[in-house]
Design a protein around this ligand. Structure first.
Ligand code: CP3
Length: 342
């Protein structure tokens, strides 16, 4: 019996959509906080295969999600390329910055990233042994643009200003950085698939700040390039693309990039996305993650509305973005019940 997520990704319309949740292993769960404390800090948790596998499994045990997503972070690739990376509690990631050709020259080679990333592949191997047989294992990486925004600014930024400035003022440095990340991402995802990831997802969290030609050049094209390289090596591994806040850019994105599924944020309506995006294949996402904090009837109503809007085509139920640390774990169960009750 093929796993439900793989059936949806192959284009099948299922009576009940399979479910998983972005950031399903995370700080809203007390068992996650306990394991992170045991590891010491977030990055030590990412690089500890036994404990990273443990936190990946926690939401599967608690809720029986149809997919598990590897516990890691998109910023491990810059670290493997030689960037300094640390996390400031309550604030977020910090990295060394890239402001010109000198910083770029200090980065390491793609050929050397697997030395740093080996523990991540080990986590994938443990998970492919330990997951329930009906649960799909999803690997992931950041898309080059989103990863570049962090590498250039050295932190998360509201409007990705520093990355846009480098693109404008030093296009040759910007393009070389994008090429390096693209190559590293192909290697990283390919090795995750070798280790047992059954699906991979490419997170372009900041795709929404690329407009017009820049969206095509820096969101669509790199994703297409990564997908083409992965499909050449692993033709049977489905790929989910998440060009977050792409708006009209979601239209035709799957066809243009070769993605098997497009993940949707919650700035577009499910009804619009059913008519404009799901016509090309599987879609995923769209429930506002704020419902996981506020709960109540609105959570149930919105969940059922999204399920209904996507009921005539392939659909994987998910949030529009990651669940936040202030979410109530009981609301996750309410969402799952609302999806499965139909
Ligand atoms: O979805 C999952 O459960 C898999 C694990 C995962 C994490 N990060 C764990 C994490 C995935 C897929 C990511 C992706 C990621 N990381 C993205 C793309 C998706 C998105 O959310 O837009 C981005 C932009 C990052 C970079 C990143 N990592 C930031 C900006 C932060 C700090 C913000 C925050 O929520 O604190 C992180 C930290 C991070 N990554 C945490 C987790 C569980 C929280 C760290 C902790 O436990 O203290």
């Amino acid at each position: 019996m093929t796993k439900t997520i793989l059936r949806a990704l192959a284009g099948e319309t299922l009576p009940t959509p399979p479910i998983w949740m972005m950031r399903q292993a995370g700080r809203y769960l007390p068992e996650y906080r306990a394991t992170r404390a045991q590891a010491g800090d977030f990055l030590s948790l990412c690089y500890n295969p036994e404990l990273a596998a443990e936190v990946t499994l926690q939401p599967i045990r608690r809720y029986g999600f149809d997919a598990a997503i590897l516990f890691a972070d998109i910023l491990l690739v810059p670290q493997a390329l030689g960037a300094d990376l640390w996390f400031v509690t309550g604030e977020g990631p910090r990295l060394s910055t890239i402001t010109g050709a000198d910083d770029l020259a200090k980065l390491g080679l793609v050929a050397d990233i697997d030395e740093v990333l080996a523990p991540i592949y080990e986590t994938v191997k443990i998970l492919s042994r330990e997951l329930p047989k009906e649960t799909t294992l999803i690997g992931f990486a950041g898309a080059p643009w989103t990863v570049a925004t962090y590498m250039i600014a050295g932190r998360g930024t509201k409007d990705q200003g520093p990355a846009h400035a480098l693109m404008r003022e030093h296009p040759e440095v910007f393009d070389a950085l994008m090429a390096r990340i693209t190559e590293a991402t192909i290697e990283y995802l390919s090795r995750q698939i070798d280790a047992g990831a059954e699906v991979v997802k490419i997170f372009d969290s900041w795709a929404g700040s690329l407009k017009g030609e820049a969206f095509t050049k820096y969101a669509l094209e790199p994703t297409k390039q990564i997908i083409a390289a992965l499909k050449a090596r692993h033709p049977n591994t489905p790929i989910i693309a998440f060009p977050r806040e792409a708006g009209d850019g979601y239209i035709g994105f799957a066809k243009a990039t070769g993605a098997d599924c497009v993940a949707l944020d919650n700035s577009v309506s499910a009804e619009w996305a059913a008519a404009n995006v799901q016509v090309d294949g599987c879609v995923q996402g769209n429930l506002a993650s704020s419902h996981m904090v506020t709960g109540g009837q609105a959570l149930v109503d919105d969940t059922k509305r999204i399920v209904k809007a996507f009921s005539n085509g392939p659909h994987i139920f998910n949030l529009g973005h990651g669940i936040t640390p202030d979410a109530d774990p009981d609301n996750v169960q309410r969402m799952i019940d609302a999806v499965r009750e139909g």
